[in-house]
Design a protein around this ligand. Structure first.
Ligand code: NDP
Length: 326
C-alpha cells in the first residue's frame, strides 16, 4: 500500500482526499516511478478545489513528479534512473504525481538534470519550466536586454517568480506587476528592478498606450494582457502562458498592426520532448539555484489540499514543493 491524493466524484462533485492505494490500481503504463517530490501549481489548485480539471475520476492529481525508476518494460529507461515528468495530461486524463508511486508512459520522462536534486527540480516544476519556455520565446523573437525593460505579470506566483530570477540573471531589467506590496522585498531579491501595482493593469484601458515594454511574460491574461499589449514598444514580444486574471482577451489589433507587436502563446503540457529538454537544460545553466530556496517552501502531502485553496485565492508566494513521503 502507498499514499496518494485522489479526486473522486461524490454527489456529482469532485472531492479530493488522501487515500491508500495498491500497486495493482495504477495505470498499465511501462515505467514504474518511486516518487520523491511533486509540486503545487495553479492548475493543481483548481483540480483539488473541484474546478473541472480532472476529466475522469478517480484521478490521482499532481501535474509534476520527480523520482526514481524502479521497474521498466522499455530499454530507454532502467531501474535507478532519476527522472522528472511535467504535464502530459496528468491530473486531467492521466494519473499524476501526488502519490508515492506512479506508472507512466516512457515518452513523458526526461532525465533529472545533474544541476538539480529532486526537491530543486520540483521547486522549479511546471511553473518554472513554463517560465523558461516564456524566456526562450522572447529570445527566439530576438528580444535582448539592451532593448528595454521586460514586464512580468503575476510576479509573486510560481511562473512570475522564476521568470524574474531567470530574466535578471540573463541581464534584463525586470519590472514586476503584483497585487501584493508586502512581497516587494522578496521580488527585489529575485531581481525585480521596479514595481507596478496590478490594479494599474487590470481595468480596461485604451487600445494604444505609451510605449513601455521591450517584452513581457504574462501569466494573468484578460484585461491585464490587453493593457500589456497596448503598452508594448515597437517590435516588442509578449509570451502569454496564463489565465490567473481571466481567459478572455479584450484587446485591439492596433499594437499588432501599428507597432508590429508579437503575441506568443506558450504551452507546457503537450510541448514536445525536444522543447522540454531545451528548457530544462537552460534552467540548469541560467537559474540561480540559491534563489530557488527563497522561492520555494516544502510541505507534506497531507497539507496539499489546504494549500490548493491558497493558490487559487492568489495567496501563495513563489513555489510549493510537495514531499510525497511525509
Ligand atoms: P500562481 O497562483 O502561483 O501565480 C499566479 C499569480 O497571478 C498570483 O500569485 C498573483 O500574483 C496573480 N494573480 C492571481 N489572481 C489574479 C487576478 N485575479 N488578477 C491579476 N493577477 C492575479 O500560479 P502559477 O504561477 O503556477 O501559474 C500562473 C498562470 O499560468 C495560471 O493561470 C496557470 O494556469 C498558468 N500556467 C500555464 C501553463 C501553460 O502551460 N501555459 C503552465 C503553468 C502555468 P501577484 O499576487 O503577484 O499579483
Amino acid at each position: 500500500m502507498f499514499k496518494a491524493i485522489v479526486v473522486d466524484k461524490i454527489d456529482d462533485k469532485p472531492q479530493a482526499s488522501l487515500q491508500e492505494l495498491e500497486e495493482s490500481q495504477l495505470p498499465d503504463e511501462d515505467v514504474l516511478v518511486e516518487i520523491a517530490y511533486s509540486s503545487l501549481n495553479y492548475k493543481d489548485g483548481l483540480a483539488l478545489t473541484g474546478v473541472s480539471i480532472c476529466r475522469r475520476t478517480p484521478m490521482v492529481c499532481g501535474i509534476d513528479l520527480a523520482g526514481t525508476v524502479v521497474e521498466s518494460r522499455v530499454d530507454s529507461w532502467q531501474p535507478g534512473d532519476k527522472v522528472i515528468v511535467n504535464g502530459w495530461g496528468m491530473s486531467e486524463t492521466q494519473w499524476g504525481g501526488y502519490s508515492q508511486k506512479q506508472r507512466v508512459n516512457p515518452d513523458w520522462l526526461i532525465s533529472l538534470p545533474e544541476a538539480f536534486n529532486f526537491e530543486q527540480a520540483m521547486a522549479i516544476g511546471t511553473a518554472g519550466y513554463t517560465a523558461m519556455l516564456c524566456v526562450l520565446a522572447l529570445e527566439d523573437q530576438g528580444v535582448t536586454p539592451d532593448q528595454g525593460p521586460i514586464l512580468v505579470t503575476g510576479a509573486g506566483g510560481g511562473v512570475g517568480s522564476v521568470a524574474i530570477s531567470l530574466l535578471h540573471k540573463l541581464g534584463y531589467e525586470v519590472h514586476a506587476s503584483t497585487g501584493r506590496s508586502e512581497i516587494h522585498d522578496y521580488l527585489k531579491e529575485l531581481g525585480a528592478a521596479a514595481f507596478i501595482d496590478r490594479n494599474e493593469l487590470s481595468p480596461p484601458g485604451k487600445p494604444f498606450q505609451k510605449e513601455r515594454w521591450a517584452g513581457a511574460i504574462d501569466s494573468v491574461g484578460g484585461t491585464t494582457l490587453a493593457n500589456v499589449l497596448a503598452q508594448c514598444q515597437y517590435g516588442a514580444s509578449v509570451a502569454a502562458c496564463g489565465l490567473a486574471g481571466g481567459n478572455d482577451l479584450p484587446a485591439s489589433v492596433l499594437p499588432f498592426i501599428l507597432r508590429g507587436v508579437k503575441l506568443i502563446g506558450v504551452d507546457s503540457v503537450m510541448a514536445p520532448r525536444a522543447i522540454r529538454e531545451r528548457a530544462w537544460s537552460r534552467l540548469a545553466t541560467d537559474l540561480d539555484v540559491e534563489k530557488l530556496s527563497a522561492v520555494a517552501t516544502t510541505v507534506a502531502m497531507s497539507e496539499v489540499i489546504d494549500k490548493a485553496k491558497d493558490i487559487v485565492a492568489g495567496k501563495v508566494r513563489g513555489r510549493i514543493v510537495i514531499d510525497v513521503n511525509k
